[in-house]
Write a protein that binds this ligand. Structure first.
Ligand code: ASP
Length: 291
């Protein structure tokens, strides 16, 4: 099996001046995941490595640079899943920079699938992962957006800058990971699609792996990532399955979003119904990408 990885930087709108930075951020993440795969590493390690790069990158709404909720707090959601249907997720986890790694620990522990809020934070601490200070997590951009929203001068945005990755390793193992600060101006405690297996994230050795992005409340209603995986299982190609999932999101519930997909033969697909969705992939050492 030839390894492959694809990452996304969120469905939504990207301002012209941010396009090169978002593109570069996705490429760096795809390269980080690829290095793991090229060294013989597993798909789970590759998607975690790629998403950690995007969580560190202030351009994206994940980890550092995530949006603030209505109380001015960063609460992040993240998930990771492998093709053996093992999954871990965190929701409304305050001030943690790498929630994908907390999700990975939950997957490895195997006791639960999803931990939220204070319980997720207590688990993170048990694993030696501490929350960061607001100074380390809030960027000039996320603070400015919050202040405009507080003043009623900016409409909350339902989508944007979430991150995710899907990979297949040399042994044919699949994995997907997704990480986000959620939608802007969300209520404290709101949990979106990203940490929910089947909604924002899914992997299954029988078919492939998928990471969705967009309006979480809509994505949950159509169980979008599982929808794409089921289309792969019924014989659609990776691009066709991605397009079918986006059409379902838009057609059934009027949702905006996008998705990346990798099938069990290592073919990649992506689709969106938003103006942009930065992405990058590496297959056979070849980097590709777009916005
Ligand atoms: N799906 C994310 C959420 O609703 C947001 C996004 O993908 O932009 O939490």
């Amino acid at each position: 099996m030839k390894p492959a990885i694809i990452v996304h930087g969120g469905a939504g709108f990207v301002d012209g001046e941010r396009i090169p930075r978002c593109r570069e951020g996705c490429e760096q993440a795809a390269r980080a995941g690829w290095e793991v795969l090229a060294a013989g590493g597993g798909a789970l390690d590759a998607v975690e490595a790629a998403v950690r790069v995007l969580e560190d990158d202030p351009e994206f709404n994940a980890g550092r640079g995530a949006v603030l909720n209505r109380d001015g707090v960063i609460e992040v959601d993240a998930a990771i899943m492998d093709g053996a249907l093992r999954a871990g997720g965190v929701g409304a986890l305050p001030w943690v920079r790498h929630p994908v790694t907390v999700a990975r620990r939950i997957l490895e522990r195997g006791e639960h699938i999803l931990l939220v809020g204070g319980g997720a934070l207590a688990f993170a601490r048990e694993c030696g992962i501490e929350p960061e200070s607001p100074e380390a997590m809030v960027t000039v951009r996320s603070r400015a957006r919050f202040e405009l929203e507080c003043a009623g001068r900016l409409a909350p945005s339902a989508t944007g800058d979430t991150v995710g990755a899907c990979a297949i390793d040399a042994g044919g193992q699949l994995a997907a990971a997704t990480s986000t600060g959620g939608i802007s101006w969300k209520r404290p405690g709101r949990v979106g699609d990203s940490p929910l297996p089947g909604a924002g994230n899914y992997a299954d050795h029988l078919a492939g792996a998928a990471s969705a992005t967009g309006h979480g409340e809509s994505i949950i209603r159509v169980v979008m990532a599982k929808f794409a995986i089921d289309r792969l299982r019924s014989g659609l190609g990776a691009d066709e399955a991605a397009r079918a999932a986006v059409d379902e999101l838009g057609g059934r519930v009027g949702g905006e979003g996008g998705i990346i997909v990798i099938d069990r033969a290592g073919r990649i697909g992506h689709a969106r119904n938003t103006p942009c969705m930065p992405w990058a992939s590496v297959q056979g050492g070849e980097l590709a990408g777009g916005v």
